[in-house]
Write a protein that binds this ligand. Structure first.
Ligand SMILES: Cc1cc2nc3c(=O)[nH]c(=O)nc-3n(C[C@H](O)[C@H](O)[C@H](O)COP(=O)(O)OP(=O)(O)OC[C@H]3O[C@@H](n4cnc5c(N)ncnc54)[C@H](O)[C@@H]3O)c2cc1C
Length: 468
């Protein structure tokens, strides 16, 4: 290792070149700020990673996002304009809106309206009647009620088992009885708190006047043409690779006068120093103790104890479909059904170019907090489970053979917003209050999906720009 000790000055240092870090850097650069991004991996994108095999394009991290806030639409529109390489956002067609739930020996469509809800075999008859009475059910009084308990109280147990539980598996790979509603699903929590009922709240919200900007939040499912990696790539192209240091190590942040110093080893082992007015961290909670050694143990423990679910994602390319109907977003599996699969997405039904003509791409998800022992299985065992379910769940005939099976393992995939989240959020708030110019971003707060990350990044950038 050679020592260099050159000190560069910049406006904002961002730790992590995932979606949060690059989106924050993108908006800051758009408004004329000098930014530097440091990243320990030797590639950009963080959890986002698109891969190719022959004529298949598949994701080994997140697969689809949702246009749930205007910030998401604004980023997508802006990238389409500024991106040299062309980052074109693609939204899933209506046909791919169908969501399936496994019960018994097959997938059933999740009801999308009152009529289909009456006839679905997914929920008990008594719970269908119970849902009709939801607007008049008493408000809860436990602010720390779990998602499972809240939904059971308002909608009935079969609704929890066959709608909420698989939804939580699909989004959090989590347990509905340990995720606390006000932290994990704050919009749902607010419906009961503010309107006394999910149904009354949803109706009232629909009637509220909307600005043109509000209407940008279409809730559509999105990806990018050619795969999600085009999003961080387009952001990095705009930020400029000169401003992004990849493959760094031993990163340490410390307060220095009115600002911040960050010291790290670059990809060649040379020590580098940066100074800035602001530092934004976007990495996992487990990375923070080493990165921010000046923080007291009590508050750091409250942040770093955050638990993450483990996920195994298996992409399977099928050269033909043998007449099967795979025109849906995908299927989720309730815990009660005791299968080894959390869910299966059908990306080739949602987006163009994901599989060769006549073929199909499937993404299987295994593991999660309730099946973490899956992580101990060998690749051969995982391949055997997926192949078996290709036939039993997706009904491919015995002679059907995949073109490829790709396994990706994520030990620390999705943060679990459980009962300890309040302590974590308070610690973050008090640290940001005490240390001016320090922002602790990333998915340890403000939500776990890509839309949350994009929204948080836009807000962090706004906060920095407004306070200058
Ligand atoms: C298997 C899987 C499936 C998912 N599916 C979906 C989905 O379908 N839809 C959806 O909306 N969301 C999904 N998500 C969540 C989504 O991927 C994340 O919300 C999002 O990608 C997180 O972006 P981020 O930038 O906050 O974090 P990350 O992508 O984790 O980026 C953080 C970066 O910080 C870097 N870093 C860490 N420590 C340091 C350090 N000391 N110095 C410098 N850099 C550091 C890391 O290397 C990393 O690149 C999924 C996640 C996983 C794992």
């Amino acid at each position: 290792m050679t020592s260099h000790n050159k000190i560069d000055k910049t406006d904002v240092i961002i730790v992590g070149a995932g979606l949060t870090g690059l989106t924050t850097a993108y908006w800051l650069k758009r408004s004329g700020k000098k930014v530097r991004v440091v990243e320990i991996d030797n590639r950009i994108g963080g959890q986002i990673q698109t891969q190719r095999f022959n004529h298949y394009i598949y994701e080994t991290g997140p697969s689809t996002g949702a246009v749930s806030t205007p910030e998401v639409a604004e980023l997508m529109n802006d990238l389409a304009d500024t991106s040299q390489g062309g980052c074109q956002i693609e939204t899933a067609p209506d046909a791919a809106k169908r969501r399936l739930i496994w019960k018994g020996k097959r997938f059933w469509e999740l009801p999308s309206g009152p009529l289909s809800a009456i006839f679905t075999p997914l929920f008990r008859f008594s719970d269908k009647l119970r849902i009709l009475g939801e607007p008049w059910r008493k408000r809860g009084n436990n602010p720390n009620e779990s998602v499972g308990a809240l939904a059971a109280r308002r909608l009935g147990q079969s609704f929890v088992d066959y709608a909420v539980d698989p939804f939580i598996s699909g989004v959090y790979a989590g347990n509905p009885y340990t995720l606390v509603t006000r932290y994990a699903l704050p919009r749902l929590y607010a419906l009961e708190r503010d309107y006394g009922s999910f149904i009354r709240g949803a109706i009232a919200k629909r009637k509220q006047p909307k600005t043109d900007r509000d209407r940008l939040a279409t809730k559509e499912v999105f990806s990018a043409r050619g795969g999600l990696s085009h999003i961080p790539q387009a952001e990095a192209d705009y930020i400029g690779m000169d401003n992004i240091s990849l493959g760094v190590s031993d990163v340490r942040v410390s307060p220095e006068g009115q600002g911040w110093t960050i010291v790290f080893l670059d990809a060649y082992g040379n020590e580098q120093q940066l100074q800035s007015r602001w530092v934004v961290t976007t990495c996992g909670a487990y990375n923070l103790p080493e990165l921010l050694p000046f923080i007291d143990k009590e508050r750091m423990d409250a942040i770093a104890e955050l638990k993450y679910s483990p996920i195994i994602e298996v992409n399977v390319g099928m050269p033909e479909t043998f007449g099967g109907d795979y025109c849906a977003f995908g299927g989720l599996v309730p815990t009660k059904e005791k299968r080894q699969i959390l869910g299966i997405l059908f990306p080739s039904a949602c987006f163009t170019g994901r599989a060769p003509k006549g073929g199909a791409l499937f993404s299987f998800y295994l593991g999660g907090v309730r099946n973490s022992e899956m992580m101990d299985k060998t690749d051969d065992e995982i391949r055997a489970i997926v192949t078996q379910n290709l036939h039993t769940m997706l009904k491919f005939p015995a002679q059907a053979k995949p073109d490829f099976i790709h396994i990706s393992r994520h030990q620390l995939a999705i943060p679990q917003y459980d009962i300890n989240s309040g302590r974590r959020f308070s610690a973050v708030e008090s640290l940001e209050h005490q240390y001016h110019g320090l922002i602790l971003g990333g998915n340890l707060r403000d939500g776990i999906g890509m839309w949350h990350r994009i929204t948080q990044a836009a807000n962090i950038a706004k906060r920095i720009i407004m306070s200058e």
